[in-house]
Every structure is written in C-alpha cells, then in structure tokens.
Design a protein around this ligand. Structure first.
Ligand code: AMP
Ligand code: ZN
Length: 473
C-alpha cells in the first residue's frame, strides 16, 4: 500500500517517510506505566499522542498490532539502576503487597485511558509474566560476551558496542537531564554507562518479588522487560517504538543495546517520542505540589476529553505547559464545537467529492508528522464549508475515529433526551450493581468487563464521589 505517513524518527533526527517492514502491517510497541501510583496527566499526554499515532496508522489503512508492557517490577527510583524499587515504595506507602498495588494501579490506569478514549493496546503484558524470557535473554547476552556478573548482579557491558549512544552524539551528562531522582555510583560496573540486567544484590533485603535464576535469587532490571516483551509478541523486527522523551536515555538506549546484541541485527526502525507536559513549576511530579490526575480534573469540572483536546491542540514534539486558564479556554471551545456539530441534521445525500477532499486534507495533516492541531482545523473548515449537513456529519464522524473526542455526542440530543427508554435504564442500573459487587469481591477484571460492555452499548459510566453516574455517548 501507499506509504503516506511521515514521522520524526529520534534515531535519525529527521522527519522520514514511514515504511513498515511488511507491506500494510505495522508492529508497534509502547512503554507502559510503572504501576506504583496513579498516572499523572503528563504520562497520559504520551499515551494520548501514541493513541493518535496508532489510530492514524489504522485510518490510512495499516493493520496495526500494538503491544504494551506493564512495569510491575525492577524500575528503580532512578532510571540509572539506583534507588529503591518504585513498586516496593508504593506498597510500603499503602501497606499493601506489591501485587495488590500493581493490580490496583493497572486498573486505575486503564480506567483513566478509557475516560480519555485511549484504545487499549492489542496486547498488554505485565513484566512479572515474563521472567523466563528475561533470564533467557540475559543468558544469551552473557554467552555472547555482552554481559558480565559482578557483585552478584548481571550487567550489560557497554564498552562492547561501537556506538552505545545511538540517539545522539551528546555525552552522557547531557543525556542524563531527563533522568529522575538521585544517581549514585555502583562500584560493580566496569564502565559508567553499564546497566543492570538482573539484580541479586539489592540494597533492599525486603524486595518482595524475587525469582530463581542462574545467578541467584533476584529480579530483572527495568530495561530488559521491554526488549523481551516486544520480541515475544512482535518478533525480531519492529516498526515503531514509542515513549516519552525521558525514555530516550537511558531506557531506550539500553533497550537497543541489549536487543541488537542479542539478535545480531537491527531491531526497530522508527522511534517516536512525545515531549513532556510540565506544570508551572517545571517538572510534573507524583510527589511534589498538586498531583494532576484525570480524577482531579473531573473533580474540578473538566470532562477528560477536554484534556485530550488540550493535548491535540499542540504538537507532540513540543513541550506543553499545563494551566487551568488554558483548560478553561479548551472547555469552552470543546462545548461550542460539540454543540455546533449537534445542530447538524443527518439527512441528505453524501457529496462524495466533498467528502474525499476534506478527508484527504485531514489525512495530510496527520501524515505530516501527526500534526493534530492542523487536523482539528480541518473540522472547522468542514463546518464553515458549503457542504450539506449529512456530508459534514459523515466527515466529522470519520475524523473522530482518530481524534476520539466524542464530537457527535450532542447529535440529536434534543430529540433523544426524553427517549432513554426505561428498559435501557433498568439494564444499566442492573449492570452498575453487578459491577459494584464485582469490585467489592476485588474482581476488577469483571468490573472492567462490565464497564467495557456498557461502553460498547454506547453507555459510559463514571465513578464520582457521589457514586456511579452514566451517560449516553
Ligand atoms: P512511567 O510510569 O514513569 O514509566 O511513565 C509512563 C510514560 O509517561 C512514559 O512513556 C514516560 O516517558 C511518560 N512521561 C513521564 N513524564 C511525562 C510528562 N511529564 N509528560 C509526558 N510524558 C511523560
Ligand atoms: Zn520500555
């Protein structure tokens, strides 16, 4: 098929034509959340923009297979392998087990994603599911001479590579800017940039999750999980790997080092990185200042899709500053837009030429390195155009396959308001009760399945302080 999409590739530092390994198919991997706390809306900016990338690829005709990991072990408070395991920190904070924390925050993450209309990837795999795969990769890296055991841990030997800093000619100090928290020296390392593949000697004797390995009882490093999980589901050649810019170094740099050493060939062709959302103080944080979550936005009266619009109005490669003033402007722009779309009358014949022309314009905006704000401008162009209502509506519904802003939510609102028949109402109420019971039993999978079942029927439910509320979408 025609390769229309152009993307900025962090690996080459250029906007390039996107050509997948297999014609018409795309394999895509996303670094998933570390589930020790709620996601902040910065994290979710990355997932929103990656969602738009995935949906754009589908929109232009690619068959996309997308995989995401869930980091439930091994991610230390510093990305450079020092500090405490974040999961353990979360468990201590809440006096729960690591697995309880992981399950709770994984569910919370996908609930936030659902509110933001972020599609769940085709495959979601927690790191703790894949310990044998990690051990196998580490064994191979040792056999091939790329890894060594020191002080009980296994390290990747970066001096074995011709070019370790693949993303940049910058030195490590500059790259470390994105790395979080304290960075202390590990004297076991042969080279400063070496990183841990498998820990057995942890500073923390109370590390809850440990597994047997050829190097002793221990747990995997953070980077190895993404290499293994992506290969497990997408094979040895991958098209696109995504994450926030802080993942470029050391996480993605290390993923490439170990994956390509293991495979003996190039692994992933395109690297897509979303720039950070910052608050006024600079860095978005889960521990300092106001912890900005989707629930907080809802409490303050913002529909989560207003935040999605906020993200789509700026380019994913630019830093974005969060403010309530801009959110207020977005809220009124969003309300006005859906009201205007709500007034369109669905009858009439589709103007095929007009439809194709604006669809091509919309595609061209997205094909130009996912220019979402230009894509949104096309909605306004359509509304202003001389096309008939039916064609306008069909175009906007089509655009919403990518933008996922529920743009037609007010369609026919006036007529249908009184028509939510009592049968539907009874059905929804019964399902809400069933979900409540499932949650009480801690059967979160069932609770999620009920929420998804309702959504598939066009009913969105939301947990609020006042209880569960529902609406037609
Ligand atoms: P984590 O849960 O820390 O592993 O991060 C989940 C995702 O959010 C990763 O892709 C990070 O790169 C991304 N991320 C972290 N902070 C921000 C931020 N302030 N803005 C946008 N993305 C972020
Ligand atoms: Zn990753």
């Amino acid at each position: 098929m025609e390769n229309k999409i152009h993307l900025f590739n962090t690996l080459t530092r250029k906007v390039e034509q996107f050509v997948p390994n297999t014609d018409g198919k795309v394999s895509m991997y996303t670094c998933g959340p570390t589930v020790y706390h709620f996601a902040h809306i910065g994290n979710l900016r990355s997932y929103i923009m990656e969602d738009v990338l995935e949906k754009t690829l589908r929109y232009v005709g690619y068959d996309v297979k997308r995989v995401m990991n869930i980091t439930d072990v091994g991610h230390l408070t510093s990305d450079a392998d020092t500090g405490e395991d974040k999961m353990l920190k979360g468990a201590k904070r809440e006096h729960k087990t690591v697995m309880e924390i992981a399950r709770y925050y994984t569910d919370a993450f996908f609930a936030d994603c659902a509110k933001l209309n972020i599609r769940k990837p085709d495959i979601v795999e927690p790191a703790t599911n894949c310990i044998p795969e990690f051990i196998n990769m580490v064994e191979t890296l040792i056999e091939k001479g790329y890894a060594y055991v020191a002080g009980g841990n296994v390290y990747f030997d970066t001096s074995k590579l011709k070019d370790y800093y693949v993303f940049s000619s910058q030195n490590e100090k500059e790259l470390m800017v994105g790395v979080r928290d304290d960075v202390s020296e590990d004297t076991n390392k042969k080279n400063k940039a070496d990183f841990v593949l498998w820990f057995t000697k942890s500073k923390f004797d109370n590390q809850e999750l440990k597994w047997d390995s050829p190097w002793g009882v221990g747990y995997p490093g953070w980077h190895i999980e993404c290499s293994c999980i992506s290969m497990k589901h997408l094979g040895e050649y991958m098209d696109i790997h995504c994450g926030g810019v802080d993942n470029i170094f050391p996480h993605h740099t290390n993923e490439i080092a170990q994956s390509e050493s293991y495979l003996g060939h190039k692994w992933c062709n395109y690297w897509f990185h979303v720039h950070h959302l910052n608050d006024k103080s600079g860095k978005m944080s889960k521990s300092n200042g106001e912890f900005l979550t989707v629930s907080l936005l809802e409490q303050k009266g913002y529909d989560p899709l207003v935040y999605r619009l906020f993200c789509l109005q700026s380019h994913y490669r630019k830093p974005l500053e969060f403010s309530y003033e801009v959110m207020d402007n977005m809220k009124s722009a969003y309300d006005k837009l859906v009201r205007k779309i709500g007034e369109l009358k669905p009858d009439g014949e589709i103007d095929k030429d007009g439809f194709d022309r604006y669809r091509a314009e919309f595609e061209a905006a997205l094909a130009n390195d996912i220019n979402t704000s230009s894509a949104i401008t096309v909605i306004y162009d359509v509304l202003r155009s001389s096309l008939n209502d039916a064609t306008k509506l069909k175009l906007i519904k089509s655009f919403d396959e990518v933008l996922s802003l529920n743009l037609t939510r007010m369609q026919g609102a006036a007529e249908s308001k009184g028509e939510i028949d009592s049968e539907l109402e009874a059905f929804v109420e019964a399902k809400i009760e069933e979900r409540k019971a499932a949650k009480k039993e801690k059967d979160f999978a069932k609770a999620d399945a009920i929420r998804d079942e309702l959504l598939a029927k066009g009913v969105r439910i939301r947990d609020t302080r006042e209880g569960v509320v529902w609406e037609l979408v």
